[in-house]
Design a protein around this ligand. Structure first.
Ligand SMILES: Nc1ncnc2c1ncn2[C@@H]1O[C@H](COP(=O)(O)OP(=O)(O)O)[C@@H](O)[C@H]1O
Ligand SMILES: Nc1ccn([C@@H]2O[C@H](COP(=O)(O)OP(=O)(O)O)[C@@H](O)[C@H]2O)c(=O)n1
Length: 222
């Protein structure tokens, strides 16, 4: 109903969409398409953690140096987010290591929240968007898929980008990252209580998008 989505002053309430899930579940693909569909800006928050890791690697700091990681997070600039190296396989693993540092998470939190304050709304994807960054989001999706299917997707993606890896190595990465991201004390990967879980194991990208739009439309009208 149209009146349900209008605020007290008759303006449309912002449409904030929080998308979380494990590696290669398809959350980034969905987030991009939903952002385009609804005309909203999109932030891939994993890129922020990847950029912190890349900064440490470039400056020769140890990935376990929490002080250096916190400094890199505080000084992060938007230009860093377009570095093509951020998409490399090793950077997902490195990002997962620095992302367990509470000071890193705190430094990146205000950046993410500022992005989410856009008047029309926004789409953010990551691990803790529905639970920590935007707990007030009207729409929360938690995207999952079987680890073997996620490994196949990431393997295809990396091969397409010219990175030589094996399916077995990617599956091992994914399992290790799932375990680390879910068990850390600071903002672990988990579905918000009010998130809708979407399993994309048997869905191609088009079918997953159609399901996601149906969920958004239902929650918008609620
Ligand atoms: N439903 C799907 N079925 C098959 N492949 C998909 C699907 N969704 C995304 N992909 C592909 O899988 C890879 C990982 O998707 P991505 O959206 O980057 O995942 P995430 O952001 O969760 O890590 C990409 O190459 C993407 O094109
Ligand atoms: N909101 C977020 C986003 C990413 N991350 C961390 O950053 C790593 C890389 O995230 P990503 O979203 O780029 O990774 P993929 O799911 O694309 O493989 C994750 O494994 C998490 O450890 C996080 O802790 N919180």
């Amino acid at each position: 109903m149209i009146t349900d989505s209008l605020g007290a002053h008759g303006r449309a309430a912002p449409l904030l969409i929080a998308i979380d899930g494990p590696a290669a579940s398809g959350k980034g693909t969905l987030a991009k398409r939903l952002a385009l569909h609804y005309g909203l800006p999109h932030l891939d928050t994993g890129l922020l953690y990847r950029a912190v890791a890349l900064t440490l690697i470039d400056e020769g700091s140890d990935l376990d140096d929490t002080g250096a990681a916190a400094r890199a997070a505080s000084a992060l600039s938007a230009e860093r987010l377009s570095d093509p190296r951020l998409r490399e396989r090793a950077m997902g693993e490195a990002a997962s290591r620095v992302s367990s540092v509470p000071e890193v998470r705190a430094a990146l939190l205000s950046w993410q929240r500022r992005f989410a304050e856009n008047a029309e709304g926004a789409v953010l994807d990551g691990r803790d968007i529905g639970t920590v960054v935007c707990p007030q989001a009207r729409v929360k999706l938690f995207i999952i898929a079987a680890p073997e299917e996620r490994a196949r997707r990431r393997h295809r993606e990396l091969l397409g980008r010219g990175e030589e890896t094996t399916l077995a190595a990617i599956l091992a990465d994914i399992r290790a990252r799932d375990a680390r991201d879910s068990s850390r004390a600071a903002a672990p990967l988990k579905a918000a209580e009010d998130a809708v879980v979407l399993d994309t194991t048997e869905l191609d990208a088009e079918a997953a998008f159609a399901e996601a739009v149906a969920i958004v439309e239902r929650l918008k009208a609620a």
